[in-house]
Design a protein around this ligand. Structure first.
Ligand code: GDP
Ligand code: IMO
Ligand code: MG
Length: 409
């Protein structure tokens, strides 16, 4: 049984928390996309783990994790992160593997990423981790894969500094390198968890181009990134927040505006701690965008939705969500392709009764206030997709399971 966990918005939906929750029953976790641009947070009591490159499943003792082919690996960042989790008591030796086909971020790429973005008339607001540069080199067929470190012909193509840099990691990386397809074939995991990074709207093909990242964070990327066939994925879970956030620039039709929404942005940012894990930037916040969520469900074949951050709305007496866009006087429920349409789109907001009570201690769906259940039912109806998990806080324990995740959808 192979399950993929993808972000259904603009990233930071709480994928790390959900992967950690599901990792309990998984026997292999493969992260399929992104690089050190991601920031995944896992909270167990007073322990907080912040991961960028390493799959979130690593926090579970004994679980084996693979950094998949769809990822771009910054060796420096990787070993720094391994050191950090070691210091936090995570024994990772012998259970962190990397696809030999994954591409490598070379030392100069981060600065090039920053310089290119600065020179753009309209910067994307990249994380400056060299992601776009590495993916460009890959598409140009000039990239360096992990396996290429052990190929003198490929190494000879590099300048001396880059060659020495990679050679310095060769010995430590060698025991971690795997052919991810063969690994899965030989180990035959009964429960394989495919962990996404970023989100559908940041996917290179499906997202709000050019304000996207450079990899395939959508469900289709899970097959390539893990070296399995698309039909081998038995279930796709799409994680989304009770509202929306976005870091960096680009269209955001439901973004809160002071005149219309008062202090809602401030409330959501402070209660939801909406600051980037990787860059510390305050995240832009807005209403739940059901037009975008329906598009994410349709373009990814999402089998089950995972609703997170529902608790952030606990103090509200009324909750709104966007059910259509008004563009040039007409309403649509289709997510536009063009930037001008996305920029012009005004959210048509539907109001719901707020539950106005704390839900962070609730562990059974039936115990949620009726108003919260009504909000959930509306989202399910609108997207025609069941909400199978509800998260009411950052801790692993604050998770309401409505349907056994490891079953055929
Ligand atoms: P990811 O990139 O999708 O893994 O998400 P991030 O870790 O970047 O951001 C999600 C943030 O929300 C983290 O600080 C999590 O600890 C936190 N979080 C996750 N789920 C919930 C939830 O249901 N409620 C609240 N209040 N916080 C949550
Ligand atoms: P997780 O996995 C939120 C955004 C950046 C920028 C754009 C391009 O934590 O959900 P890049 O450095 O990738 O070239 O930047 O993509 N971005 C993310 N936003 N969460 C992420 O990952 C992101 N990874 C990239 O802010 O707007
Ligand atoms: Mg994040």
């Amino acid at each position: 049984m192979n399950i993929a966990v993808i972000g259904a918005q603009w990233g930071d939906e709480g994928k790390g928390k959900i992967v950690d929750f599901l990792a309990k029953d998984a026997d292999l976790i493969v992260r399929y996309s992104g690089g050190a641009n991601a920031g995944h947070t896992i909270v167990h009591g007073d322990k907080v783990y912040k991961l960028h490159l390493i799959p979130s499943g690593v926090i579970y003792p004994g679980k084996k994790v693979i950094l998949g082919t769809g990822m771009v690996i910054d060796p420096d960042a990787l070993f720094q992160e391994l050191e950090t989790i070691s210091a936090q008591g995570v024994q990772w030796e012998g259970r962190v593997f990397i696809s030999g086909r994954a591409h490598l971020v070379l030392p100069g790429y981060k600065q090039i990423d920053i310089d290119i973005d600065k020179k753009r008339k309209k910067p994307i607001g990249t994380t400056g981790r060299g992601i776009g540069v590495t993916f460009s080199q890959k598409a140009m067929r000039d990239g360096m894969r992990l396996v290429d470190i052990y190929n003198p012909e490929r190494m000879a193509l590099l300048n001396e500094d880059d060659r020495n840099y990679l050679a310095g990691f060769a010995e430590r990386l060698k025991p971690m390198m795997v052919d991810v397809t063969s690994y899965i074939l030989h180990h035959r995991p009964t429960k394989l968890l495919l962990e996404g990074a970023q989100g559908v709207l940041l996917d290179l093909d499906l997202g709000t181009y050019p304000y996207v990242s450079s990899g395939y964070s959508a469900a289709a990327g899970a097959a390539l990134g893990a070296g399995i066939g698309p039909r081998d994925i038995d279930g796709i879970l799409g994680v989304f927040k009770a509202y929306s956030t976005r870091v960096g620039n680009g269209p955001f039709p439901t973004e809160f505006v002071q005149d219309r929404d008062g202090d809602l942005e401030h409330l959501v940012r402070e209660i939801g701690h909406e600051y980037g894990v990787t860059t510390g930037r305050p995240r832009r916040c807005g209403y739940l965008d059901l037009v975008a969520l329906k598009y994410a469900c349709a373009s990814n074949g999402i089998d089950g939705l995972v609703l997170t951050h529902l608790d952030v709305y606990d103090s509200l007496t009324s909750v709104k969500a966007c059910v259509a866009y008004e563009i040039d006087g007409s309403e649509t429920t289709d997510f536009p392709m063009g930037l001008p349409e996305l920029d012009k789109a005004k959210p048509v907001l539907q109001e719901f009764v707020g539950w106005n009570s704390p839900i962070t201690g609730i562990t059974h769906f039936d115990d949620l206030p009726q108003a919260a259940k009504d909000y959930i039912a509306f989202i399910e109806d609108y997207t025609n997709t069941a909400i199978t998990i509800v998260s009411v806080g950052s801790d692993r324990k604050q998770t309401i399971l409505r349907r056994e995740p490891w079953t055929k959808y």
